[in-house]
Ligand binder design. Structure first.
Ligand SMILES: Nc1ncnc2c1ncn2[C@@H]1O[C@H](COP(=O)(O)OP(=O)(O)OP(=O)(O)O)[C@@H](O)[C@H]1O
Length: 647
């Protein structure tokens, strides 16, 4: 460690956090001292641009500011904890927009967190915004990890937003000036901000690359066309004009070339022909959709070996060459047979399986479904499995998160527009995402956040089964099955006047409550499965498994996924041990342990061990009993005592 650091603050910071975090903080502190000439006790007033200059900066970042406006406010509502504020910055760390409770504004202002303030590392030392720009990844800078002592009251968690050319163009930051914030409190927030930053990246990508061919890619075919796929844009001359950060990660190993022939071993004409041939085979399905989506996705070879699955979105003028006129697509009633390996949902939790069964039957009969459940519990995941079982994997599944779309953009995104409908509209128009769901399923997540005007138009689409793009007088027939999800109480929203009652009655044909992760009985099994899909061969030892099973997971499966991804990076010899978990998680686990009585701890350990054994024996009761040297009835009694139900 550098001997330049005085006063032991770096050691304190290092003790506070995990290995990746340590490195980031250490390197940032080195920059502050050696490159920027800062000292811990440097006292400086925040640099805040005059309002006119901030306005100019907003105008210069017009698209970013416009698209992020509602998203920042939704994120603020979702964090749902007092004392936090949300900030949006430009690529240099200048705050463009902020949302905070009115009563807290003075405290944030005193600490320099206000529009126009410059939060680059060079100016303010190690901090959430500035260090996130340098690191290019989500990061938390907790109190004493700030280089300047004057910022040690702050806790900042930030995630970068990337432009299509791969540069950080903005940062989403959630900060607090409360004394009692622990690092552990930031875990849930970090996953959430990273998701919102990625949603903003996708919106900017679609907006800025609307004139290019967009290739959607994912290693697993079912994720192509979802909000999780990777996207690259291809200019008509075959050069790669942009890529989302996910695409950069996936393709980094293949090639850094910007010529698609080097990446996919085919030129742009062959690529178009490949997807057009596929469209022709599915003409009735895709003739009317705005987005020419591969369904099922097609395999695309990657230069140097490897295969991804892909589909394309064509700009309107190319689309006309490949697809015909609009028709509504009938959806046959598909009897729900016993699931095949293709449509099987791999989860064992009985409650989740039950709602999967019920949901599949209802969806096959075109009965609308309204899901509830905590954030990250898997509502979209379940909706996709229900769609696969009830409508078929070969049909489109279009998921839209209404909360992640800015109010000004949502109607356009859902219903599309005619060419030249408004200033900035695509010259040839845009079909809208509801039309993409034609013949398949439309999943509207966070429908409670849909603006009232869009609710009215959606209701008309549901009643008339036709859609009228903005600026067009022609109705286009559409046919799709509907599933919705909401974290807010829609009945209350009706009372408050933010949700239409008639729409609520239309969408809530049947209600399904997705269990929170902590309520599930198959957690150990889920952990093993997720690890298997992430890094072949990585497992966790018994202690870690017990810690993970005991955690309450407020961010549910999303939080679990983040945690496992983190741990996989540090796993040694294919095993995740306690040391490989983030320190803040370990602190939280020991606090929880301390609250358990010795009897509870023992019972818990016994439950984890027995579940693991049952998993190993594929829940074969006789074999498990034999391996324990006990009778089947004794095993059943033991399972009942520990609250383990047969999977
Ligand atoms: N049972 C599961 N098995 C594997 N992965 C899952 C499971 N449930 C959820 N996931 C994964 O966890 C993440 C969050 O799930 P999903 O988006 O479906 O949650 P959600 O309830 O719709 O969240 P939100 O309310 O925030 O929209 C996704 O990456 C999803 O693929």
């Amino acid at each position: 460690m550098s001997g330049n650091f005085s006063g032991g603050r770096i050691e304190a910071a290092l003790q506070l956090s995990g290995a990746a975090q340590n490195r980031a903080v250490l390197e940032s502190w080195q920059r502050c001292e050696q490159r920027f000439g800062l000292a811990h006790d440097t006292l400086r007033r925040p640099e805040v641009m005059p309002e006119s200059q901030t306005r100019q900066l907003r105008d210069r970042n017009g698209r970013l500011y416009h698209h992020a406006h509602d998203l920042v406010r939704t994120l603020y509502r979702k964090i749902d904890a007092s004392g936090y504020a949300v900030f949006l910055t430009d690529n240099k760390g200048v705050i463009l927009d902020s949302v905070a409770a009115h009563s807290l504004l003075p405290a944030f202002r005193t600490n320099g967190l206000l529009p126009g303030a410059v939060w680059s590392e060079e100016r303010e030392g190690t901090n959430g915004i500035g260090t996130c720009i340098v690191e290019g990844r989500a990061i938390t800078i907790h109190k004493d990890e700030h280089f300047l002592s004057q910022h040690s009251a702050l806790t900042c968690t930030a995630a970068p937003v990337f432009s299509p050319d791969g540069e950080v163009c903005s940062v989403l930051d959630v900060s607090a000036v409360r004394d009692d914030i622990k690092r552990t409190d930031c875990l849930r927030v970090r996953g959430m901000i990273a998701d919102y930053a990625e949603a903003l990246e996708r919106i900017l990508f679609f907006d800025e690359r609307a004139g290019d061919i967009i290739l959607h890619l994912h290693p697993e075919s079912q994720h192509v066309g979802s909000t999780r796929d990777a996207m690259i844009s291809i200019a008509p001359d075959g050069t790669i004009s942009g890529a989302t950060s996910m695409a950069r990660r996936i393709l980094r190993a293949a090639s850094s070339s910007s010529d698609i022939r080097d990446v996919f071993e085919m030129d742009v004409d062959s690529l178009l022909a490949k997807f057009a041939n596929q469209s022709a085979g599915r003409k009735h399905l895709h003739a009317d959709i705005g987005r020419d989506q591969a369904d099922p996705a097609m395999a695309v070879n990657i230069a140097g070996g490897g295969v991804l699955f892909g589909s394309i979105t064509l700009p309107e003028k190319l689309r006309r060459q490949f697809v015909g006129r609009a028709t509504s697509m009938p959806i046959p009633v598909k009897p729900v047979h016993a699931p095949t390996p293709e449509t099987e949902m791999p989860d064992h939790d009985p409650a989740l399986r039950r709602i999967f069964d019920i949901g599949s039957r209802l969806h096959a009969r075109d009965i609308n479904i309204l899901m509830s459940g905590e954030t990250g519990s898997g509502k979209e995941y379940l909706a996709r499995h229900i769609h696969d079982a009830a409508v078929g994997k070969s049909r489109n599944f279009v998921a839209i998160n209404c909360a992640a779309l800015p109010e000004g953009l949502i109607e356009n995104e859902l219903f599309g527009h005619a060419g030249g409908a408004f200033t900035g509209a695509a010259r040839d128009g845009f079909g809208g995402r509801i039309r993409e769901a034609n013949g398949g399923t439309l999943f509207l997540d966070e429908i409670g956040d849909m603006p009232l005007s869009a609710q009215g138009r959606l209701l008309r689409v549901l009643e008339n089964r036709t859609i009228e793009p903005l600026g067009s007088t022609k109705s286009v027939p559409v046919n799709f099955r509907l599933m919705c999800a909401s974290n807010v109480d829609l009945a209350k929203a009706v009372t408050n006047g933010t949700f239409r009652e008639d729409l609520l009655y239309r969408i809530k044909g049947a209600r399904l409550a997705v269990p929170a992760l902590r309520e599930r009985s198959d957690l150990a099994d889920l952990i093993t499965r997720l690890l298997g899909s992430m890094a072949a061969g990585v497992t966790c030892d018994e202690e870690v498994l017990a810690m993970l099973v005991a955690h309450r997971w407020p961010g549910n499966v999303r939080e679990l996924l983040n945690m496992l991804q983190y741990a996989c990076v540090f796993a040694e010899n294919g095993v995740i041990r306690r040391d490989h978990l983030p320190d803040d998680f370990k602190v939280m686990a020991s606090e929880a342990d301390a609250k358990m009585s010795p009897m509870q701890t023992m019972k818990h350990a016994e439950e984890v061990a027995l579940r693991q054994l049952l998993d190993d024996q594929k829940w074969h009761i006789s074999n498990t009993a034999k391996s324990l040297g006990i009778g089947r009835n004794t095993l059943y009694r033991r399972m009942a005592r520990l609250g383990i139900e047969k999977a």
